[in-house]
Design a protein around this ligand. Structure first.
Ligand code: OSB
Ligand code: MG
Length: 355
């Protein structure tokens, strides 16, 4: 699906998104889920290719013809498959949608959400220049986004962030490095601590919780972990090691909404604020994110923007719009509360596999 504008991060530049959409049929009902794997293994080792392989050869054969009682039962059934969280999460999402439709309950109700609308921000990719970035940010601020996240990478960090901060002294601003630095870059990163940022997201290696602890010790600004938190266990490690002061929750990275709720609950007990990350989802994945972000401990605005920030045409009939208070409404319909625009789906489909 073509993005309305290219999205550049420290691991690459995307002009379109390859998506794996999952349709699960049971008892005459259909549930939809989105696997957030991308074409290239830049954010995570999984790709759309590995996800299709794991789905087709391992996850689906376990589920076919089986009675799956709930999310815990699903997690138990796929527990023999090591890793591949993005693939598992896509199926779990479809099962939640199916469950909601059967019980006539919204995903928000099923997960225990407490809000009708959630606070959101926008994640701005690396632009050709700092000047360009300031212009792009100004455009989003003009649209009503009250929290801005900018992507950084070596050579495009302090200067970019400072330029945005100079232009917008009071805006809620945060940066995301997507694992582009090591502890040796401490001197390069340290000036970020003077910019009154909400948080610095995943500066160091994706598997390095301990070095984030060392970095956090020397920063006033909260460090936030994204890539590093791949399970509730990893969230506990990060809490116990004081590796961060905020956690970005993505159901995909954690292996499913049920795991995301576990991390939410764990962080609530530890008084660690969380917020909902994004993966440039279609309307399906976005509906899931919005419902998840309605849980009580989501205290910071999510990377959940209006549909028009991502796609001129989405695959759902319903589109998400930004309210004047920088929020997005939580869907009320059964399950994800979304319906598929069949024409759009046909138009964008590269391949279909029926099992
Ligand atoms: O690190 O949060 C990230 C998109 C793809 C992969 C990783 C990330 C992101 C974003 C975009 O920041 C968030 C969004 O969906 O708006
Ligand atoms: Mg991130």
């Amino acid at each position: 699906m073509p993005l309305v504008s290219p999205f550049e991060t420290s691991f690459g530049r995307e002009t379109d998104r390859e998506c794996v959409l999952i349709e699960v049929k049971s008892e005459g009902l259909t549930g939809y889920g989105e696997c957030v794997a991308t074409r290239d293994p830049g954010y995570n080792y999984e790709t759309t290719g590995t996800a299709i392989h794991i789905l087709k050869d391992f996850i689906v054969p376990i589920l076919l013809g089986r009675d799956v009682k709930d999310a815990a039962d699903f997690q138990n059934l796929v527990s023999g498959i090591r890793g591949h969280c993005l693939a598992k999460a896509g199926v779990e999402m479809a099962l939640w949608d199916l469950l909601g439709r059967r019980e006539n309950k919204s995903l928000r109700e099923l997960l225990g959400g407490v809000r009708d609308k959630v606070e959101v921000g926008v994640s701005v990719g690396i632009q050709p220049s700092a000047q360009n970035l300031v212009k792009t940010v100004a455009d989003y601020v003009g649209q009503g986004y009250a929290r801005i996240k900018i992507k950084i990478k070596p050579g495009r960090d302090v200067e970019d962030a400072s330029a945005v901060r100079r232009e917008f002294p009071n805006i809620r601003l945060q940066v995301d490095a997507n694992s582009a630095y090591s502890l040796d870059d401490f001197q390069v990163l340290k000036p970020l601590d003077e910019l009154n940022l909400l948080l610095i997201e995943q500066p160091l290696f994706e598997d390095d919780i301990w070095d984030h602890h060392k970095l956090q010790e020397q920063f006033q600004t909260p460090i936030c972990l994204d890539e590093s938190i791949v399970s509730p266990r990893h969230a506990r490690y990060a809490i116990e090691m004081n590796a961060c002061r905020v956690i970005n929750i993505k159901a995909g990275r954690l292996g499913g909404l049920s795991q995301a709720v576990m991390v939410h609950d764990l962080c609530r007990e530890a008084s660690m604020p969380v917020w909902c990350g994004g993966m440039l989802e279609t309307g399906i994945g976005r509906a899931s994110n919005v419902a998840l972000a309605s849980l009580p401990n989501f205290g910071l605005p999510g990377d959940i923007s209006a549909s028009d920030r991502y796609y001129a045409r989405d695959i759902t009939n319903e589109r998400f719009a930004l309210n004047s208070d920088s929020t997005i409404d939580v869907p009320r319909g059964a399950g994800l509360g979304m319906t598929i625009d069949k024409d759009a789906l046909r138009k964008f489909s590269l391949a279909t596999l029926s099992i």
